[in-house]
Design a protein around this ligand. Structure first.
Ligand code: FAD
Length: 379
């Protein structure tokens, strides 16, 4: 086993893969990626590949703009087609405060060049007449939002990193860190010690536990999510339509190939075990039929479950950790796939000691003093 690395990345999900690729481009080999499971089998395995410009925080919109540009060039630069489709995201408000928030978001997003359209309730009903929008006040729609293939992007980053000399250790758990005063010197793993002066924690929902190994408080909490998919699609439904997200109820519904999928994130269960009670399926299916009555004839075919990696303000941690050479890149609150491309670039800059090209101070670990703005568009 490699005993020395130019950098160690803890976690081989979509974030670790992007970080490892960006580090491998500029550091001597090897960058070593360590994962206690198989690469990509954490939250990344559950991600639907959704990407969107529509956030309430300016910095999140900027991350999306940069990430989507990288995804659009991915086939040429990384040799893997991410299968992008621009089916759009439609955010719907049922209350006046939510509508006001959506309108303010649209102004900010447009100021950054994002083509967001605003609609009244009646206009939305005319646009997508198959869905029950009868009590909606209005919504925001962006057709530059869409979906891509998570596994292709993950594979693209890892393969390119390997071609630049990166190494992957799967089924290898990081069990400790080696500190010299307040400077990192490496990690202990279930396979032995690896020395390095740069270590990035990209352990998704498990990042708090990894931080504790170094005595660092990383406030990332696991929050299980479950999405239900029908087998077959009701007759007459358009081939493609935007992912519909109801801001107030958190109910979301979209179409993927031969399925309609939906979830409701009010159903919050805690912990690492994404074992939902049967009532979840029943309640969410009932809600879906209320919006789209023909769904009653399309049985649930399967579901996707996994962990959101949440932080107190729903923004990620892309930051130094107060220990020389130790960094954290985690807590993407369900947006890790879509922000991985830009965040990998930013982590590369941080680890090389450069000034990040975006001001990411609001994603610093030091911010948890209650003053930060909360990201409000979490699905
Ligand atoms: C149902 C669902 C749908 C989603 N849909 C989308 C979507 O459409 N778009 C989007 O952008 N995001 C989506 N997400 C969110 C996205 O999946 C995550 O934000 C993203 O995968 C986080 O990536 P990660 O690399 O940080 O974490 P992970 O993929 O969980 O990777 C972390 C890795 O760290 C490893 N690890 C942990 N502890 C240790 C240790 N001590 N030693 C070694 N390895 C360790 C784990 O084994 C794991 O493989 C969705 C999430 C869920 C649950």
């Amino acid at each position: 086993m490699t005993k020395k690395a130019s950098a160690i990345v803890i976690g081989a999900g979509i974030i670790g893969a992007s970080v490892a690729y960006n580090l491998s481009r500029s550091l001597p080999p090897p960058v070593v990626i360590v994962d206690m499971m198989r690469a990509g089998s954490g939250s990344t395995a559950a991600a639907l590949g959704g990407f969107r410009h529509q956030f309430s925080s300016r910095l999140n919109v900027q991350l999306s703009i940069e990430s989507i540009k990288i995804l659009e060039r991915f086939k040429d630069t990384m040799g893997v087609d991410p299968l992008i489709r621009y089916d759009g995201y439609l955010f719907i408000a049922h209350t006046q405060p939510s509508l006001t928030m959506l309108r303010l978001n649209a102004e900010m997003q447009r100021s950054l060049g994002v083509p967001v359209e605003t609609y009244s309730g009646e206009e939305i009903l005319r646009l997508l007449p198959f869905y029950d929008f009868s009590d909606a006040l209005g919504g925001n729609l962006c057709y530059r939002d869409g979906h891509a293939l998570t596994s292709a992007v993950h594979q693209g980053y890892l393969s390119k990193a390997f071609s630049l000399g990166a190494q992957l250790l799967e089924n290898t758990r990081v069990t400790g860190v080696i500190l010299d005063e307040q400077t990192i010197r490496g990690v202990e793993t279930s396979l032995g010690t690896i020395y390095s002066d740069s270590v990035v924690i990209a352990a998704g929902a498990y990042s708090a536990g990894v931080g504790r190994l170094a005595g660092v408080d990383i406030p990332v909490t696991p929050q299980p999510r479950k999405i239900l998919f029908t087998r077959g699609v009701p007759r007459g439904l358009p081939e493609s339509f935007p992912l519909i997200v109801e801001v107030d109820s958190t109910f979301a519904l979209g179409r993927e190939h031969n399925s309609v999928f939906f979830s409701n994130n009010r159903w919050i269960i805690q912990g690492f075990d994404a074992d939902f009670p049967p009532e979840y399926d029943e309640q969410v299916f009932t809600e879906a039929i209320k919006r789209l009555p023909p769904l009653a004839d399309s049985p649930i075919g399967y579901s996707v479950r996994g962990l959101y990696e949440t932080t107190p303000d729903a923004n990620p941690i892309v930051s130094e950790c107060g220990i020389g050479g130790l960094y954290c890149c985690a807590g993407f609150n369900g947006h890790g796939f879509m922000h991985a491309p830009a965040v990998g670039v930013l982590m590369g800059e941080l680890v090389r000691g450069e000034k990040p090209h975006l001001d990411i101070s609001e994603f610093s670990l030091k911010r948890f003093d209650g003053k930060n703005e909360h990201e409000r568009l979490v699905i």
